[in-house]
Design a protein around this ligand. Structure first.
Ligand SMILES: CC(C)(COP(=O)(O)OP(=O)(O)OC[C@H]1O[C@@H](n2cnc3c(N)ncnc32)[C@H](O)[C@@H]1OP(=O)(O)O)[C@@H](O)C(=O)NCCC(=O)NCCS
Length: 346
């Protein structure tokens, strides 16, 4: 699949989306009724277009994945990541006294169902982190929605996120994907998504009847919904998991050291500021070892290239990012082995 990852700022206007992404059914219906997102998501897209991006399939000429992120402010302490997770980050950005951002916060990554299971999500996370880095936001934080938690709605999230497989990897696939890219669990955001509604609304959204007050298990919800018939209120408080990705300036510097000494390539620890072209996978002139590029962005202004790469197997791999000047061509996913790249464990 030949993919590019343009931002909405680079590729404005209405894009043809894969049919499966146009449908409203990606999320359970109630997830489309978060009042914070109903009020502010359009502003996320229009006012922060440079942080929204697509996975664009060149052959099908359509969007097969979407990544949304928003600059945020964080003092670096796990305990100060907000309980209110996703909602809190969005509200804070549009508050009257929003503080100057210093990190990028992931809001969501969506991949067309027919394109799942091909590691595209890792490329999307790397692209998101690259975009942040290109804007001087060197840390990516994410209120991650564990994508199998809905199958264990009665298990406290604190227990669920500690579950690991026999090979040591996290049981939850989406948490595992973030961890594999170097992210660490910082804390739980117990009220990341807050969805209130009248009982009749909840009945409409879920297709269930709620004849009496109580807790109800609802398809697609990570925890039970609380229904109060006397007050005519239903409430869903979705817990997410704050994960923090490695600081990118450090990763860049470390990777730059690895290619220092290479006669024909100069390392740029800063990374390109203006990205004119994105390539889905790519190889830079010359050979750089048997590394698989997850995403590669080329800046024609500085003639520099910023790549994320991954080496090894799915279960035991490392990933790194580095920026260096070189010419890029797109569409090549494997580089030849020359031994120029060395392993860098974030
Ligand atoms: C979550 C999502 C982005 C993952 O995308 P993807 O491209 O399929 O992910 P990958 O191919 O990289 O797979 C990541 C891991 O999840 C596993 N996985 C993916 N879907 C799974 C499923 N339904 N059940 C169990 N495991 C699953 C893969 O096996 C892989 O694990 P492994 O590498 O340890 O074997 C995609 O499924 C999606 O868009 N879901 C709907 C929206 C969503 O939940 N977004 C995330 C929260 S914002």
């Amino acid at each position: 699949m030949a993919l590019q990852f343009p931002t909405r700022a680079e590729r404005p206007g209405k894009q043809p989306h894969a049919a499966s992404l146009r449908e409203r059914g990606i999320w359970p219906e109630f997830m489309y009724h978060d009042p914070v997102l109903e009020r502010l998501f359009d502003r996320v897209i229009s006012e922060y277009a440079e942080f929204q991006f697509y996975a664009w399939n060149d052959e099908r000429e359509e969007v097969v994945g979407v990544g949304n992120a928003l600059p945020a402010t964080w003092d670096g302490r796990p305990e100060s990541l907000p309980d209110g997770g996703l909602d809190a980050i969005v509200e804070a950005r549009f508050a009257d006294e929003a503080v100057r951002p210093n990190v990028l916060c992931a809001l969501q990554i969506l991949i067309a169902p027919e394109c799942r299971g091909q590691e595209l999500s890792s490329r999307m996370i790397q692209r998101m982190a690259d975009i942040g880095q290109a804007h001087g936001l060197d840390t990516l934080i994410a209120p991650v929605r564990p994508n199998l938690k809905h199958r264990y709605p009665l298990t406290p999230i604190e227990s669920y996120i500690a579950w690991r497989r026999p090979d040591g990897a996290l049981l939850d696939p989406w948490l595992r994907t973030h961890e594999r890219l170097g992210a660490e669990i910082a804390r739980v955001a117990p009220e990341s998504v807050r969805i209130p509604g009248a009982v009749a609304q909840w009945e409409e959204w879920t297709g269930l009847a709620f004849p009496e007050t109580g807790s109800y298990i609802v398809s697609g919800a990570l925890v039970p919904i609380e229904i109060d018939c006397e007050r005519d209120e239903g409430l869903y408080l979705e817990p997410n998991v704050w994960m923090v990705h490695p600081h990118r300036a450090g990763a860049s510097r470390a990777a730059a050291t690895l290619i220092a000494g290479s006669a024909d390539h100069r390392a740029h620890s800063e990374g390109p500021r203006t990205i004119h072209r994105s390539a889905a996978g790519g190889v830079c002139a010359g050979a750089h070892g048997a590394a698989r590029f997850l995403a590669c962005s080329y800046s024609s202004r500085s003639s520099s290239c910023c790549c994320s790469l991954r080496r090894g197997t799915r279960s035991g791999s490392w990933s790194a990012s580095c920026c260096f000047s070189a010419r890029c061509t797109s569409g090549i996913e494997e580089c030849e082995e020359t031994g120029r790249w060395s392993a860098h464990t974030p």
